[in-house]
Ligand binder design. Structure first.
Ligand SMILES: Cc1ncc(C[n+]2csc(CCOP(=O)(O)OP(=O)(O)O)c2C)c(N)n1
Ligand code: SF4
Ligand SMILES: [Mg+2]
Length: 274
């Protein structure tokens, strides 16, 4: 039995989730990686919401985090080019508005190369859920600096320490027009489940940022072992507004007409509903 916000919650067995939602494949992730936690929490969220796997489309770009849905989740998945997951997801949503479209993206994929897609999808308030796994680095390609790498931290392209300041992506998408924005970490799995459920329920652009540990690249480059890498996540996050830290919790909720509704309203191209 687990507790969340003072309430008792009952989880089904791991075997139930594995057999119902996952393909029987070996994990691609390093020991201690946070990506497995996100996958675990996601299947619990869609089970709680009773989402039909035939109506679920998971889209991801390129990076370790892009492997969270593909090939593991037993729904349709699109594993597309680097930085373009939101663009493909937008096309899929417009082609079939009945689909529940969820994007899994990394901090490099979603905020570096794909940053413009993120901003404009938020501005349109298209009904997508974007789960951005922020492991503070470009992990898959050998640990280069990302727009989210904290100041002074070492990466393969900032061996003396990062001279830049990290991006606050929740503030960015809130300002751009997203209608559900929340941030949590892999240390808070019940919060991930809760935020993903709220994000999917929101009829508009929803953004859930999960700060996650990458012991292999971020940890190693900064001489942190797994425990220290996890503790570092505690150091840079906060529950209140604090300069230089990332605030956890629901960051923004807004009211705005959704994009496919706006298309219908303006008499533009038809949105398919098959
Ligand atoms: C157009 C293009 N540019 C660069 C790459 C190389 N590349 C692949 S993954 C990646 C970074 C991924 O970082 P992130 O999105 O943070 O994912 P992570 O591996 O950290 O989960 C890069 C630069 C590519 N595949 N395609
Ligand atoms: S390199 Fe980092 S992000 Fe990629 S699988 Fe390994 S621990 Fe996870
Ligand atoms: Mg990354």
């Amino acid at each position: 039995m687990d507790f969340f916000r003072g309430r008792r919650i009952k989880m089904k067995s791991a075997r139930y989730y594995r057999e119902k939602y996952l393909r029987n494949l070996p994990t691609k992730f390093c020991p201690g990686c946070g990506n497995g936690t996100v996958l675990n929490c996601f299947v619990r969220a869609i089970d709680d919401l009773k989402i039909d796997l035939d109506k679920l489309l998971c889209v991801s770009g390129i990076g370790c985090s892009a492997w969270i849905p593909s090939p593991f989740i037993n729904s349709d998945t699109l594993h597309v080019t680097h930085g373009r997951a939101i663009a493909f997801a937008t096309g899929a949503k417009l082609a079939n508005n009945k689909l529940e479209v969820v994007v899994f993206t990394g901090d490099g994929d979603g905020a570096g190369i794909g940053g413009n897609h993120l901003i404009h999808a938020a501005r349109r308030n298209i009904n997508l859920t974007v789960i951005l796994i922020n492991n503070l680095i470009y992990a898959m390609t050998g640990g280069q600096v990302a727009p989210t790498t904290p100041a002074n931290m070492r990466t393969s392209t900032t061996p003396y320490g990062n001279p830049e300041y990290m991006f606050d992506l929740c503030k960015l998408v809130s300002a751009a027009g997203a209608t559900y924005v929340a941030r949590t970490t892999t240390l808070h799995p019940l919060e991930i489940i809760s935020f993903v459920k709220e994000a999917i329920r929101n009829r508009g652009f929803s953004f859930v940022e999960v700060i996650s540990q990458c012991p292999t690249e971020f940890g190693r480059k900064n001489k942190l072992d797994l425990k220290q890498t996890i503790n570092y996540i505690r150091e840079i996050t906060t529950r209140k507004e604090e300069e230089g830290k990332l605030r956890l919790g629901i960051i923004h909720k807004g009211e705005r007409k959704e994009f496919t509704e706006r298309i219908k309203e303006t008499g533009g191209a038809a949105v398919a509903e098959s």
